[in-house]
Design a protein around this ligand. Structure first.
Ligand code: FAD
Length: 459
């Protein structure tokens, strides 16, 4: 067993009040009504809503490591309204009405995470301070404005999306070079690992079985198998996101793309007076290669940038602080807040998120076989997993609701290309994004670089 297994997956894990003790693995052959593979938010919320609706339903969650080990315990803690791929659904007149309902359901999911966690006694540092996106160059600001106008054009109100000029933006956050930007109240900052671990403990207290250290090797109708046991269940649900490629037959279904994060030491009041972020709004600029940050519950800045795709759908669970990726993340943080140059970076980590070929998440459930699968949030899953969990629970209960009619239910995405095309493509698209960002930072339009990037990767 590698020593890595005992290291902390993220800053969020390493600052939990109590060190995580892995639960017992699955041993022997057991019968349940519903078996869920993966104890990230998707699996945990699905179990949560099933248990709420049908307390007598026998549910097992089977996790390869510990609850929240994947993206759910590593993310930026933006519990945000954004749904990957919503732009294309809204743009299609035939889909618009349901897409608008889906967007409103995402607004509600942000609140539901707060409601459900608080009703379950889970303190995950939830603070609904909204989200600020800055335009730090003219072209970036224009793209941001176009997206804002589009959303307002669909009928979303000032209360949903607000345009801020440079002064109004600076009242909320002093991001270097911000020429203006948007504010939406539909985002809460959370402590991700507290939510994942809290949900797992709550589920256990409600009689849901949570098996950890139990990698599932195979999933079939009515059956999942691990090295030391198996579960027979009428419904078997795969909630394995970026890790899905490790399961038989799924190598090209979801691409594991990494994202990298750093956290500073706790910052004094004087620094917060300087940079703003009162009320803990999350923040980003609008570069194509993605930034995201939050003021944590213990007054640090946690900040992330998009990382790499590794050849052959490789997944890295641990990174050395000396990894060059963190130099980029740190340099980007200093671009936004140059006054933090002397601040100590105390934590560095990364994780794999899951991306489908069309960057659209999916919820699949076949009522005949009882097999289900959910994923592909493309780095926007903290709130969406809650909506997915509620929806999948309804599908398992064979119900038809507004949620089960949303476009991601049954949405097919085609497979990713075989290697080396997958790796070459991801390298090329990434490079286009970097070039486009560099051109825009000089105040020029990104032209072809930007268009190619936008055609192949959206966020
Ligand atoms: C660094 C980073 C930053 C991010 N920031 C944000 C953000 O700020 N806001 C946002 O909305 N989204 C963000 N995301 C994305 C978000 O975290 C995910 O979309 C969300 O957590 C997905 O939850 P999940 O349960 O589907 O997947 P995961 O949390 O990845 O859970 C999958 C679980 O399945 C387990 N598993 C996999 N294979 C098996 C198997 N064979 N047997 C048993 N168990 C298995 C894994 O160990 C894992 O625990 C970020 C992601 C990363 C990596």
């Amino acid at each position: 067993m590698s020593a890595d297994r005992f290291r902390s997956p993220s800053f969020w894990f390493s600052t939990l009040e109590n060190p995580v003790q892995p639960r017992a693995p699955l041993e022997g052959d057991i019968q349940f009504d519903v078996a869920i593979v993966g104890a990230g938010y998707t699996g945990l919320w699905t179990a949560y809503y099933l248990n709420q609706r049908e307390p007598g339903c026998r549910i097992a969650v089977v996790e390869a490591e510990v609850a929240g080990f994947g993206a759910s315990g590593r993310n930026g803690g933006w519990c945000a309204y954004y749904f990957s791929g919503i732009e294309s659904l809204l743009a299609d007149p035939n889909q618009r009405e349901r897409a608008l309902a889906l967007q409103r359901a995402m607004f509600d999911a942000v609140d539901e995470v707060g409601r459900a966690s608080s009703a379950s006694g889970i303190d995950c540092d939830y603070a609904k301070g909204g989200v600020l996106i800055a335009g730090t160059s003219r072209p970036e600001l224009e793209r941001l404005r176009a997206g804002y106008d589009e959303m307002r054009g669909y009928g979303f109100a000032e209360q949903d999306f607000r345009w801020l000029d440079a002064n109004a933006f600076a009242e909320r956050a002093r991001i270097h070079g911000a020429l203006g930007g948007t504010y939406s109240p539909h985002c809460a900052a959370i402590q991700p690992a507290k939510l994942a671990q809290g949900l797992a403990a709550f589920l256990e207290s409600r009689g849901v079985a949570v098996f950890e250290q139990s990698p599932v090797r195979a999933i079939a109708k009515g059956l999942l198998t691990t090295d030391r046991g198996s579960i027979r269940a009428d419904n078997v649900l795969r909630c394995t996101e970026g890790y899905s490629c490790r399961l038989p037959g799924l190598k090209r279904a979801i691409l594991p793309l990494h994202s990298m994060m750093i956290a500073t030491e706790p910052l004094p009041d004087s620094t917060w007076r300087e940079i703003g972020l009162q009320g803990r709004p999350t923040f980003a600029d609008h570069r194509r290669t993605v930034t995201y940050g939050q003021r944590t519950g213990d007054d640090r800045l946690a900040f992330g940038t998009r990382g790499l795709y590794y050849y052959g759908s490789g997944i890295r669970d641990y990174f050395e602080p000396s990894d060059p990726a963190f130099a980029h993340t740190r340099a980007t943080l200093l671009e936004l807040f140059p006054s933090l140059s002397d601040v100590e970076i105390t934590h560095c980590w990364g994780g794999a998120l899951g991306v489908t070929r069309d960057w659209m998440p999916f919820i699949h459930f076949d009522p005949h076989s009882g097999l289900g699968a959910v994923g592909g949030y493309a780095g926007n899953g903290v709130a969406a997993t809650n909506l997915a969990g509620r929806t999948l629970a309804e599908l398992v209960l064979r119900e038809t609701t507004e949620r089960t009619r949303f476009a991601w239910v049954g949405h097919p995405s085609r497979q990713w290309e075989p290697e080396p095309l997958r790796w070459l493509g991801s390298q090329g698209v990434r490079r286009m994004g970097e070039w486009a960002d560099a051109v825009e930072q000089k105040g020029r339009h990104a032209g072809m670089f930007g268009s190619i990037f936008d055609a192949f990767a959206s966020h």
